[in-house]
Structures are given as C-alpha cells and as structure tokens.
Design a protein around this ligand. Structure first.
Ligand code: ADP
Ligand code: ADP
Length: 217
C-alpha cells in the first residue's frame, strides 16, 4: 500500500529543508505545494496568476485551486509508491480531500510529524532564508549558508529572498497558520498519526529525529 507522510508545522519550521533530505534518504518523492505555486508564478501560468495575490499577502490560496493542483501532482507516476507532502494539507478541507484522493489509489497518510519551533526562532529563520530560483533549494544566511553567497550549491542558480518573507507578511502567515492550519494537529492526532518533533535543534539533529520516528512506522 502506498504510504504518504505529511510534514506539518508553522512557516519557517524547516519542513522543506527536512522533507528534501528525508525524501532523498528514503528515495521518496517530495511534493511541496509552495514550490509548485512558485514555479507557476515564475512561469506566469493561469494558476500562477490566480495564486499570486494570495501568496504575496501571506494568505492561503483557495482550497479548490490548491486541491486540484495537488491531485494532478499526486497522479504523476513518481508519487504512486508514496510521497512526502510538505505544505499540504493546510486546512481541514484539504486534509479531507487528501484522504479521499489517496483512498482512490489504496494509499493513505500513515505518519504526520509536527515540526515545532518557537515563534522567535521562526522570525529569524524566515528573514534569513534564501531560496534558489531553479528548484527551491533552501539556505540560511547564518544557519545553512551556501558555499558562495547568492549562488545555489546544488544547481548554480541565483538565490533570492522570497517576497513573502518580509517581516509584516511573516506575521500574517503565522496568524493564518494558527487559525487555518493548526486545527490539523487535532485532526491527525485523533487518528493516532501525529508525532511532535523538536524543530529548534540543528538541521542534522532534526533529520535524525525524523528518520528515527519514521523508521517506527
Ligand atoms: P512556507 O514554506 O514558508 O510555509 P510555502 O512555500 O509552503 O511557505 O507557501 C508559500 C505560500 O504558498 C503560502 O503562504 C500560500 O499563499 C501558498 N500555499 C502553499 N501551500 C498552500 C496550501 N496547501 N494551501 C493554500 N495555500 C498554499
Ligand atoms: P519551511 O519549509 O517550514 O517554511 P524551511 O525549510 O524553508 O522551512 O526553513 C526556513 C529557514 O530556516 C531556511 O532558511 C532554512 O535554511 C532554515 N532552517 C531550516 N531548518 C533549520 C534548523 N534546524 N536550524 C536552523 N535553521 C534552519
């Protein structure tokens, strides 16, 4: 049965960083809703144009657009054996839609690590985040700097600071997380799938906790 893992946590907790490492280690696909939206934005697709305003304001893109985008992505062959989902679901309606779409292919969400980080660390992480244009690889000016400033170690593309990582927008995104996404903690907890992971530790230590928790699933 294909197994899917949902990485939950506030913006800036390290979901993307960890999802990439764990997906590479376990040879699973990594599906990041934020990366897919940003690729659509830079290619100025219809979806990108529809999503842009919401993203720049730090609001969630409406559920119908987001769910159909993820449905398309999960139907690609590389997701048939399972995947790590990062940034999706973010609302109870998205979580319910995910359960239904996975069930159609006899799959299910088996494990939901909640990466917890206090708000003061989150602000520092997001304001120091640099992302690569080509593939969304993520760095931090202090905690995970690239070898050469402004250049991605992995693909040589330009690093940039996200428009929505400005202090005012970060605050808005944290509010949105509390109101719209935090209810998923109870949703997955009630199903016995949630495990809290201390995301305030160093990157390698968080990876070790995640791999250990996943090994027991
Ligand atoms: P972060 O990694 O900092 O949590 P993301 O890259 O996941 O941020 O998301 C950036 C923006 O993309 C969000 O603020 C939102 O506008 C949009 N977005 C990403 N995933 C979703 C989702 N599942 N539902 C609605 N909007 C989303
Ligand atoms: P998310 O996907 O949850 O929004 P990211 O993985 O993009 O979070 O991480 C946000 C920022 O924090 C990035 O600049 C990243 O390099 C940095 N970061 C991630 N994990 C850690 C960690 N454990 N310690 C210090 N910095 C981290």
């Amino acid at each position: 049965m294909p197994n899917y893992y949902v990485f939950l946590g506030p913006p800036g907790a390290g979901k993307g960083t960890q999802a990439k490492i764990v997906a590479d280690t376990l040879q699973l696909s990594h599906v990041s809703s934020g990366d897919i939206f940003r690729a659509n934005l830079s290619n100025q697709t219809e979806l990108g144009k529809l999503a842009q305003g919401y993203m720049n304001r730090g609001e969630l893109v409406p559920d119908d657009l987001t769910i159909s985008m993820i449905r398309d992505r999960l139907q690609k062959p590389d997701c048939g054996k399972g995947a790590i989902l990062d940034g999706f679901p973010r609302t109870p309606a998205q979580a319910e839609a995910l359960d239904i779409m996975l069930r159609e292919n006899a799959g299910e969400v088996v494990f939901v690590p909640l990466i917890s980080v206090p708000n003061n660390l989150i602000l520092e992480r997001m304001t120091g985040r640099w992302s690569c244009r080509a593939a969304g690889h993520v760095y931090h000016s202090k905690y995970n700097p690239p070898k050469q400033a402004g250049v991605c170690d992995l693909d040589g593309s330009e690093l940039y600071q996200r428009e929505d990582d400005k202090l005012e927008t970060v605050q808005k995104r944290l509010d949105v997380y509390e109101k719209q996404t935090a209810p998923l903690i109870a949703y997955y907890s009630a199903q016995g799938k949630l495990v809290e992971i201390d995301g305030s530790l160093e990157i390698t230590q968080v990876t070790a906790s995640l791999l250990q928790a996943l090994a027991g699933k």
